[in-house]
Design a protein. Structure first.
Length: 319
């Protein structure tokens, strides 16, 4: 395995936003680009490489194929189709399941044994598909989960409280979607509980719920205004990759596998706070949830499992 070698599958807006942020930050020794559109991949290689004289470190960037996965430390999958107007999430999931299966088989045929990060939507389901097809240890497959939702939450809370977002410690959990929630009991500003901060400053608690609603609506608003969202998730993926490459043991709300009754759930990938290092997910953090929060998580998991039962498992077995 080559330390610092990352393969990106899917050179659309999300994948290339991640690649561009990697180029600016450094920390990656080799970046391989793979896409069904070979010509576009070569163009992206050229365009990125022309920025290397301004980059903080030397980096090998090249258009490649799945054989390059063999000695990679990380493969990031951003490929897949976007949801079309009027298309249901289940219809989207069925199309992307077929794509994920083919991609994962191609990755594994190379002899790959690193960590796979999934960002294709619906991300919790697609992470499950990649895990099942790859047969890698469950800790070595993770999704972007609610990493972007959590970043949006921290940005909006920081803006509202006029505090640096780096000192906002709050998390969004559950499905990357409308059924997500914030465990406010575990949200802090610095080392002070957000509930105490609100109370001491005579700020209404309802404002926090309004902030969460803005987070849920953010993607819809951005898509309406500019057709897609990609910079935020590109930065988020770069953050996950960095935690793996640098063996950081950082806490991130990635989509990870619950299998031992964590949060009263079993056999599901969902966004929860987890410790991420060079092995992928080292450990899941179990938070005490209120009854209402637990209900929301249960609902998130129910939605995902129902989609699996309806058709996803069948597609995985058939192809």
């Amino acid at each position: 395995m080559k330390k610092g070698k990352v393969v990106l599958v899917g050179t659309g807006f999300v994948g290339m936003s991640m690649a561009y942020s990697m180029l600016n930050r450094g920390g990656v020794n080799e970046l391989i680009l793979i896409d069904i559109d070979k010509n576009k991949t070569i163009g992206e290689e050229m365009d990125l490489s022309h920025g290397l004289p301004f980059a903080p470190q030397k980096m090998v960037i090249k258009a490649g194929d799945y054989s390059e996965c063999k000695d990679a430390q990380i493969v990031v999958i951003t490929a897949g189709v976007a949801q079309k107007p009027g298309q249901t999430r289940l219809e989207l999931a069925e199309i992307n399941t077929k794509i994920m299966k083919q991609i994962t088989q191609s990755i594994m045929e190379s002899g790959f044994n690193g960590v796979i990060v999934v960002a294709s939507n619906p991300v919790d389901l697609m992470t499950y598909v990649v895990s099942k097809v790859s047969k890698l240890p469950k800790n070595k497959v993770l999704g972007s989960g609610t990493v972007l939702d959590t970043a949006r939450l921290r940005y909006l809370m920081a803006d509202y409280l006029k505090i640096s977002s780096k000192n906002i410690h709050a998390y969004i959990m559950g499905e990357h979607g409308d059924s997500s929630f914030v465990p406010w009991e575990h949200a802090y500003v610095g080392c002070k509980k957000i509930k105490d901060v609100m109370k001491d400053n005579n700020l209404p608690m309802e404002h926090l719920d309004e902030i969460h609603k803005k987070v849920v609506d953010a993607a819809y608003e951005i898509i309406e205004k500019k057709k897609a969202t990609y910079y935020g998730i590109g930065m988020g993926l770069n953050r996950i990759v960095r935690a793996i490459l640098d063996n950081e043991n950082s806490i991130l709300t990635v989509s990870t596998y619950l299998q031992n009754g964590e949060y009263n759930q079993d056999d599901i990938f969902i966004g929860v706070p987890a410790i991420v290092n060079s092995n992928g997910v080292r450990e899941i953090l179990n938070l005490d949830l209120t009854e209402k929060e637990q209900e929301k998580l249960n609902e998130s998991c129910k939605i995902i499992k129902q989609m699996r039962i309806d058709s996803i498992d069948k597609i995985i077995d058939e192809l």
